[in-house]
Design a protein around this ligand. Structure first.
Ligand code: 2P0
Length: 333
């Protein structure tokens, strides 16, 4: 059977009667240490492999939803046209959850710098599901909210949880076993550094990019093998607090993902000269003894991972970097 998003939503939702007139919720953005790159089912956004991320604490999306006369969407205070990409994508998702004739006024505020290419769909769809869960009084589990968010955008499945999060690939055709869960580990000294190198809109969306890579890159055949190696290494390095292993694995995973994109046709080359300069600078810092590693997503920006004791060295090399503490502050802060 070919399951549709509506079939899955019907299975999960207890009812479609709002419990209140408005609700507010939040979800963080996330950065993958082992990337999600390729789907086995486009409609349900089922991934070909598992992935593992870290959520960005206070950097994400605050969403407010009010029952209204007509559908309206404000992002960071700006009203969005009904035929804009953001409006159409969000409301076709919200349509899955409400009775015909119900309308929403959505106000969404991103605390993540839009220019970083990080104000992704992940925190938007996860915050929308969190918001509807309150508005309708569904009291859904993390697992159910993760499955529902995934239908909006794959990586949104991971934005339901804080800290380190693993999204299971699953194998059921209805995707009920493809959800994300937080790892039971904290690492207070863990830091993410965000570098805004370019705010140009990307020419190839990640959804189109992953499909083209699967369809045309012979190198993509190696991607599941890469993930099969990297996921256990990352889980173990988080458990053992082995930062060198975590950093190496995350950087290599990101470079391997980009290698598959570059091997697609037409090639998907998100890198800008500034991205490459940054990657070289990271290598140079490591040669000088600073434990810092890089990761990149479907865009030219570079995100750094390091531990609190290296923060001043990394910050001196990249003064414009915004530092995120996924597990709050350490005693030394
Ligand atoms: C990730 N990316 O794991 C990877 C790395 C981009 C590169 O998750 O098509 O925007 O909506 O499921 O969630 C971006 O993918 O794609 C993404 P859809 P989504 O973070």
């Amino acid at each position: 059977m070919n399951f549709k998003p509506r079939d899955i939503v019907d299975q999960i939702l207890p009812h479609r009667t709002p419990a209140q007139n408005q609700a507010k919720a939040y979800a963080p953005a996330n950065i993958a240490l082992c990337k999600y790159w390729g789907k086995r089912n486009e409609t349900l956004k089922l991934p070909l492999t598992g992935s593992l991320s870290v959520s960005l604490a206070e950097l994400g999306t605050h969403m407010q939803c009010r029952i209204a006369e007509t559908d309206r969407l404000e992002i960071n205070g700006q009203m969005q046209a009904a035929d804009s990409k953001a409006f159409r994508r969000l409301f076709s998702f919200l349509e899955l959850f409400r009775e015909p004739g119900t309308h929403f006024h959505i106000q969404s505020t991103n605390t993540i710098p839009m220019a970083a290419g990080l104000a992704s769909s992940a925190s938007a769809f996860a915050s929308a599901v969190n918001c509807l869960n309150l508005l309708y009084g569904w009291e859904l589990s993390d697992r159910s909210r993760s499955i529902l968010s995934r239908i909006g955008s794959g990586s949104a499945s991971r934005s339901i949880c804080a800290g380190f999060v693993e999204w299971y690939c699953g194998e059921q055709p209805n995707g009920m076993d493809s959800y994300a869960e937080a790892l039971d580990e904290t690492w207070p000294a863990f830091r993410i550094g965000i570098l805004c190198l370019s705010d140009a809109e990307k020419a190839v969306s990640s959804g189109v990019g992953m499909q083209r890579t699967m369809d045309t890159a012979v190198l993509y055949q190696s991607w599941p093998t890469q993930v099969a190696r990297d996921l256990p290494l990352l889980r173990r390095s988080i458990q053992d607090k082995d930062f060198e292993c975590l950093g190496k694995t995350a950087e290599q995973n990101a470079m391997a993902m980009h290698a598959t994109m570059i091997a697609a046709w037409p090639p998907i080359l998100y890198w800008k000269p500034e991205s490459i300069r940054t990657l070289h600078r990271v290598q140079q810092l490591r040669a000088e003894g600073v434990a810092v590693y890089a990761t990149m997503d479907a865009g030219p920006n570079v995100k750094l991972v390091f531990l609190e004791p290296s923060q001043s060295d990394v910050q001196s090399a990249f003064p414009e970097m915004q530092v995120v503490q996924p597990f709050g502050s350490t005693c030394q802060d």
